[in-house]
Design a protein. Structure first.
Length: 200
């Protein structure tokens, strides 16, 4: 039984940053629902263990994931296959394409998948619904992960380091000066600079 789906996700990050996350096994594992193991192999692929439940059928799939048609930072094709014992098998792939839009990146994906064995007996509608839910969850999780990483990499005050250097050059108060403004040493110095009452 085969199925296809496509969609797009807007990400507030550069293509280069998104590309790095798409190749990070820790990020992919965290974004794949039910993924228990995802380890990089010597051939550039991944070994995966994922627990999946579709309708009344629940199984743990063990398989391989491969990356091909690599075109950094524009996209690639990810494909994989897994065996779920008596539950049957699953295989499929997705073409991922990254395009710059405004200040962020749009991720376009086209997915095709095929299942067989006991899984194929639960019905086309149920399988399609489960597959769409898994895809939506993955890309929603991926978008949140990319956004969190972008926020964590942005320095305090909302300025990148080169922007902060520019602000200092223009004579605007730098963060270091603002932090010292509320310090005890700052006010002690200011008090010593104030004229005494006798000089009024």
């Amino acid at each position: 039984m085969a199925m296809t789906m496509s969609g797009e996700v807007e990400l507030e990050a550069s293509r280069e940053a998104v590309w790095v996350k798409l190749n990070d096994p820790a990020v992919l594992k965290a974004c794949i629902a039910g993924c228990e193991e995802l380890e990089k192999t010597d051939d550039g692929g991944f070994r995966a263990v994922t627990k999946v439940k579709i309708g009344p059928v629940s199984a743990r799939f063990r398989g391989r994931v491969m990356l091909s048609d690599l075109d950094p930072p524009n996209g690639y094709r990810i494909s994989g296959e897994g065996e779920g014992g008596v539950a049957g098998f699953a295989r499929g792939g997705a073409t991922v394409r990254l395009c710059t839009r405004d200040t962020g990146t749009v991720l376009f994906y086209n997915v095709e998948a095929q299942v067989g064995g006991k899984l194929a007996q639960v019905g086309q509608r149920l399988i399609n619904g489960a597959a769409k839910k898994l895809a939506d969850e993955f890309f929603a999780n991926f978008a949140r992960t990319v956004q969190a990483c972008e926020m964590a990499s942005t320095p305090a005050w909302g300025h990148a380091p080169e922007q902060m250097r520019g602000i200092r050059r223009r004579g605007v108060v730098a963060p270091e000066a603002v932090r010292s403004f509320g310090s005890k040493a700052f006010w002690e110095q200011k008090r010593s600079e104030m004229p005494s009452a006798e000089s009024w």
